[in-house]
Design a protein around this ligand. Structure first.
Ligand SMILES: *Cc1c(COP(=O)(O)O)cnc(C)c1O
Length: 371
């Protein structure tokens, strides 16, 4: 059994994929080719925003808006410690200070009340300038944007949605990657909409930000790439990867439904055995991961061992919250500072999840977990 089986998806679109790839080889515009523009237009329309700026990864999709907003030393950027390193890494990379805020145990996403308190504390201390909030749509569930957008407004700071796992999710019909001032996503192969390499995109309705993102993406270009008006990066996505995303996107809306069907089946069968993930009213998750909670680390280890014995892969996202990572030791956080994230990291684990997971696989996984 596989954790994510990409081969099934590929078999459904093999011929069309081959044809798309041949088209790119034929026109030879490997950098910034027509497929990129087409992909950006297609995805902006799906998300319901004005602009999509493709880029080289989900990490650069977080970095580029922060660069466009001149985030740097002296700035505080608020985010969750229960996420992939990239979310906070880009803050540090620019010399700004990550300020962690604990999560809501029901959604694993940043807790709006704690966020408000954390910003208020930084304002009172007067040492750092509160600049950006980066909530994460963890495991595919959008963060609480109605509450977070109000907080961003209250303190007049930017809001950047980390939708690397969230693309395809919704809150009351409004798509993930449409919240805040800008949103980022990733096309890493294992993400809900993946390519066959690295890729990402930034979404925004802000024309001024759009112009800056396009500049930052290609070495801070002005009129052309040999006129440089700011420091940027080489942040382009390959035309070939855009061609692959375009073809995979034809399956995507149905895949969101299939992922929800699989999650509902897991939930129904596992609710009496472990803590299953909840979805608040009006929210749709895209189930980038299907993650459950054991009672403690010992029970988790025992359950994972049983799965392994039966040839079933499982994974832990995330075993160590970011405030406990060596890379962030200089921030001076202590064990116990973010009790919910720390507790989850000791209990959580994820089961195989992808749109085409067979019902029999889910049944077998449940049987092993219950056995
Ligand atoms: C995967 C991921 C990223 C980074 O995306 P890459 O394309 O791997 O650079 C950022 N944030 C979160 C929450 C992610 O899961």
């Amino acid at each position: 059994m596989q954790f994510i089986d990409l081969a099934k998806q590929q078999s459904l679109i093999k011929e069309a994929l081959d044809s798309r790839i041949q088209t790119v080889l034929g026109h030879g515009k490997y950098i910034m080719g027509p497929e990129l523009k087409e992909m950006e237009a297609t995805l902006a329309e799906y998300v319901g925003v004005k602009h999509c700026v493709s880029c080289s990864s989900g990490t650069d999709a977080l970095l580029m808006p922060l660069m466009a907003w001149n985030v740097g030393p002296g700035d505080a950027v608020f985010t969750t410690p229960f996420t992939f390193i990239a979310t906070a890494e880009v803050i540090q990379l620019l010399g700004a200070t990550p300020v962690f805020v604990d999560i809501d145990p029901k959604t694993y996403n940043i807790d709006p009340d704690l966020l408000d308190a954390a910003i208020s504390k930084v304002v009172e201390a007067g040492e750092l300038n509160p600049k950006v909030i980066i909530p994460v749509d963890l495991f595919g569930l959008p963060a609480d944007y109605p509450a977070i957008e109000a907080i961003a407004k209250k303190y007049d700071i930017k809001l950047l949605e980390d939708g690397a796992q969230g693309f395809g999710g919704e809150i009351n019909g409004k798509k993930a990657c449409s919240f805040g001032d800008a949103a980022s996503t990733s096309f890493f192969p294992a993400k809900p909409l993946g390519c066959y390499g690295d890729g990402g995109a930034v979404f925004t309705d802000d024309d001024d930000l759009y112009e800056k993102l396009v500049s930052v993406r290609v070495h801070g270009k002005g009129g052309d790439k040999y006129d440089n008006i700011r420091i940027g990066i080489n942040g382009r996505m390959d035309t070939l990867q855009a061609a692959i995303v375009l073809e995979k996107f034809t399956l995507f809306p149905n895949e969101v439904k299939l992922r929800n069907k699989a999650a509902a089946k897991y939930n129904a069968m596992l609710a009496d055995t472990v803590v299953v993930p909840g979805t608040p009213d009006g929210y749709t998750s895209v189930w980038a991961q299907y993650s459950i909670l054991a009672k403690n680390d010992a029970e988790r280890q025992a359950l994972q061992a049983k799965l392994k014995e039966a040839g079933i892969p499982s994974a832990v996202y995330y075993p160590k919250p970011l405030h406990q990572q060596t890379a962030f030791a200089h921030l001076g956080y202590q064990d116990g500072d973010f009790p919910i994230s720390e507790d989850m990291s000791q209990r959580i684990f994820s089961l195989p999840m992808y749109p085409y997971i067979p019902d029999e696989d889910i049944e077998k996984i449940v049987e092993v977990l219950k056995g």
